[in-house]
Design a protein around this ligand. Structure first.
Ligand code: HEC
Ligand code: HEC
Length: 335
């Protein structure tokens, strides 16, 4: 809301300065005239840019998207609850005060630094029945997870719907069943509040929103099993690409982005299947390197996946074409 006012103020300043520039053209003193035209013109352009980009950001963040919510009611079955509880660990690094279940909401703003500076306030909300989801339909929750919009159709940000977009109907329904079955924790997280710089970044598109294309067709996962195909599915819904790069050859470092993970296409094939499973289970790799849990969510991944699922992930990663170019960079970064 504040950012609409900011945008309107900048547009008003643009008009004001444009009028001033027109007026100053008639000034007698040539120095005053040219200074007025150059400075006033410059400010007019800057104010216009800030105003337009800010309003574009407000639009991207707050205008409802057209994604329809499905009309489904998810029945609670024992199988669904068990599967959903496993998958819910993929949400725990953000949506929990403890990094574990229940998903009682994030413990800190994801947009600010410990000293309070940053792009604004954004908490991963409480997903237990004590939080806002008690008033959402099952279809609205499914849409939020896979398509990145809230109950009113507004864009979410940071929420990794880009990864969850591939989630099967069965898996996303299992998640909804589990979310509804959690103990109701009544903990309220502060509302989203994004500052001018954050809104400008969204307005230019440098900071993408979570919004994904509407899903109209049924989505099925490959058959579960220790296969590269199923591993590929698990890698995409676990969001490995968010940090390890689109082709898993290493992520890029960016202060406001996710942590940059190393090149998995060269590291993992050097390990045996057992060594890979052991690394995710213990957080220590075959070279005795301890993974920093605050950067690489190995505890959550370990809780989310069975041994067979980790073996499927290994099968997929092992079969990828290694990219040596980036390997050199990530070997240095990881060294
Ligand atoms: C990288 C951190 C992160 C992960 C992982 C994550 N989320 Fe989120 N999620 C967020 C943030 C941040 C928001 C709030 C976004 C906003 O308001 O713009 C959010 C919002 C949501 C919302 C909307 C809630 C509301 O009250 O508006 C739902 C539902 C949700 N997430 C479900 C999930 C589920 C289910 C998972 C796991 C499968 C998950 N999220 C994983 C960060 C995350
Ligand atoms: C939130 C970001 C993030 C996500 C999501 C993530 N990783 Fe990582 N990963 C990292 C970072 C950062 C490191 C380096 C950590 C360190 O060295 O302390 C890492 C390290 C690793 C390593 C160890 C590499 C080595 O040389 O020891 C493996 C294996 C790995 N990740 C696999 C995965 C897989 C598979 C997934 C998805 C199932 C995944 N990661 C998801 C950020 C992430």
């Amino acid at each position: 809301m504040v950012q609409i006012v900011v945008g309107v103020v900048f547009v008003a300043l643009t008009i004001l300065f444009a009028i001033l520039v027109v007026r100053v053209r008639g000034a007698k003193n040539p120095l005053a005239r040219w200074l007025g035209i150059v400075l006033g013109g410059l400010l007019t352009v800057v104010f216009a840019l800030v105003g337009v980009v800010d309003l574009a950001g407000v639009y991207r963040l707050d205008a409802p998207r057209g994604n329809p919510a499905r009309n489904v009611r998810v029945a609670m079955t024992a199988d669904r609850l068990a599967r959903g509880e496993h998958l819910a660990h993929l949400c725990a690094s953000c949506h929990s005060t403890t990094g574990d279940l229940p998903l009682d909401g994030g413990r800190a703003s994801m947009l600010s630094n410990p000293d309070g500076s940053g792009l604004g306030t954004l908490y991963a909300p409480n997903l237990t029945p004590g939080g806002p989801l008690k008033d959402w339909s099952d279809g609205e929750i499914i849409r939020a997870i896979r398509e990145g919009v809230d109950k009113d159709g507004r864009a979410l940000i940071i929420m990794p719907s880009e990864s969850f977009h591939a989630m099967s109907d069965a898996d996303v329904q299992a998640l909804v069943a589990y979310l509804r079955s959690q103990p109701a924790v009544s903990r309220q997280t502060p509302p989203r509040d994004i500052g001018l710089i954050g809104t400008l970044l969204v307005g230019t598109g440098l900071f993408p929103t979570a919004v994904q294309a509407p899903i109209a067709q049924p989505v099925a996962a490959p058959p579960a099993g220790v296969t590269a195909e199923y591993g590929r599915y698990l890698v995409s819904i676990a969001g490995c690409q968010v940090c390890h790069g689109a082709d898993l050859t290493g992520g890029r470092s960016d202060e406001n982005g996710p942590p940059a993970g190393p090149n998995l296409t060269v590291i993992v094939p050097r390990w045996t299947e057992a060594e890979f499973v052991q690394t995710i289970r213990t957080g220590t790799d075959p070279t005795r390197h301890s993974l920093r849990a605050e950067l690489m969510p190995w505890k959550e991944l370990s809780a989310a996946f069975s041994d067979d699922e980790l073996k499927a992930i290994y099968a997929y990663l092992h079969g990828l074409k290694p990219s040596e170019h980036v390997a050199f960079l990530s070997a240095q970064a990881g060294g």
